[in-house]
Ligand binder design. Sequence first.
Ligand code: ADP
Ligand code: MG
Length: 484
Amino acid sequence: MLASQELEVVIGLEVHVQLATRTKLFSGVTCAFGQEPNTQVDVVSLGLPGSLPVLNQRAVELAFRAGLALGCDLHLVSRFDRKHYGYPDLPKGYQISQYEAPYCTGGGVQIHTAQWGTRFIPLTRIHMEEDAGKLVHQERGPFSEVDLNRAGTPLIEIVSEPALRSPAEAHAYLSELRRILRWCGVGDCEMQEGSLRCDANVSIRPVGESRLGTKVEIKNLNSFRGIEASLAFEIEQQSALWRAGRYAEVVQATKLWDPDAKVTQVMRTKEEEADYRYFPDPDLPPVVVSQETLDAWRAALPELPAVRAQRFIADYDFSESLAGELTGECEVADYVEALIAAGAPPRLAANWTREEALRRHGGRGHAMSEASPVAALAEIIQLVDGGEVARVVAKEVLDECLDSGLPPREFFSQRGLIQVRDAGQLEAWIAQALADNPQVVADIEGGNHKALGRLVGATMKLSAGQGDPKAINAALRTRFGIDG
Ligand code: ADP
Ligand code: MG
C-alpha cells in the first residue's frame, strides 16, 4: 500500500422510497404528507399491546412493480422480520422489515456520466419495511416532541452493490432510479418531503485492489447536492489520510452530514453498532404472491423511460439529450406523443411542449392536458407550420387563445390573425407596394438587394399584417430574379 498509488472511489447507496399508497403498510390509517402531527395514527402505528399488523396489498404490488421496472428477481415467497432498536420514534421497540428473505434481489440501473460513460450499476436487493416516526427537537427547552404520522408508512429500501465510482455517478444513479420509480407510479420520490431518502457508503482503495476499503456510511442526506458534497468531503478526508500514509486511521463509522457547515460528523463507530436481534415477525405470515399475479403485474408495466427515449430517437429523430429531457416525466412524454398523434410534426411538438405547455403547466396541481388541451395546441402548431399564423403572433396570443376555449382557427380568424396566402391577393398588395416605391424598385434593380426588405415591409403594411411575410419575400425575389 504505497501512498503514491492511484486511488479508486467505491460507493454504494441505500435508498428508501415511500410507496404511493393511501394507507400505511400494516393498518388502514392514511399516510399523507404534511398533516398535523399525530393525526394519522392508530393502535397499530402506536404499537399498542394487542394490536395486530395486516399487510397492505397495494404496497406489495407497488414494491413488486419497482422490482420489475429495475429488472430484478422477484421472489414469490418472502418474509418480514423484526429489527429491534430503542428510540422514541419507534413505539413498538422494533421496526418491521425484511432481512433474511427479501422479496427482491438482483437487477440494476443503467447510468451515464461524462467521466465514466454508460455503466450498469447492479442492485444487491430490495426489501419492504415500515418507516419510523419523527422527533421534533425544540430549539430551546428541555423537550423533544415525537410525531408518529410517518410511523408505519410503507417503504422499500433499494440497496446497490458497491459499484459507483464517483459522487457524480451516485447522483446519476439516484436520479435515474427516481425517474424510473416516478414513471411507474411507485412513489413520488420527493427528497424535500422525505419520500426519497438516501444513505451513502463510501471507501477508497488503490486501483487494481479487489478487496474493499474501510467504509464510512453517511446519513441525513436530503438533497442531491448534499449527497455529492458529502461524498466529495468524505473522499477527500480518506484520500488525505491515504496520501499521508495514515490510511489505518480511517475508522468504519456512521456519520451525519451537516449541510450548513458542509462537513460530516461521526455519529457512531463500529464498536457502538447496534445489535438489531432480527427474527421473523410471528404476527405476520409469509408474503406469498402467485405466479399468475406476478405475470399480470409484469404485463401491466409501462414502457420504461430509457426504452421510450430510444424510441423517440428512432421514430422522431430527436437528439439524445432532447429524448432524455422529454422522458424525464411520463406525463411529458405522453403529452408530446399526444400532440404528434393529433397531427403536430414531432420536432415542433417537442419544442412547443418545452417552451409553452410546460410553462403553462407550471409543474403541479393539474394535468398538462388540462392546462393546454392537446387538440387545441396541435391545431395551433399546424397553423404555424402551414404558414397561416405567424410564429411570433401565435406565441404572443397563445395563452389567450388556449384560455378562450375557442377552436384556434376560429380564434385567430376572429382576431384577423390568419395570414393571407391567397396568391391573387398577395400579388395585388405587392403590385401596389411596387407602384408606391419606385425609388426602392430602382435601387433593387440597380443591384442593391438589401432594399428588398423595405418592399416586404411596405407590402406587409398594405396587408395590415395579414400577409405571410415568407410568401411575400419569395414572390418579390422571383419578381426581381434574386436567388434563395
Ligand atoms: P451494512 O451491513 O453495514 O449495512 P452492507 O454490506 O449491507 O453493509 O452494505 C450497505 C451498503 O454499503 C451497500 O449499498 C453496499 O454496496 C455498500 N458498501 C458495503 N461495503 C462498502 C465499502 N467498503 N465501500 C463502499 N460501499 C460499501
Ligand atoms: Mg445497511
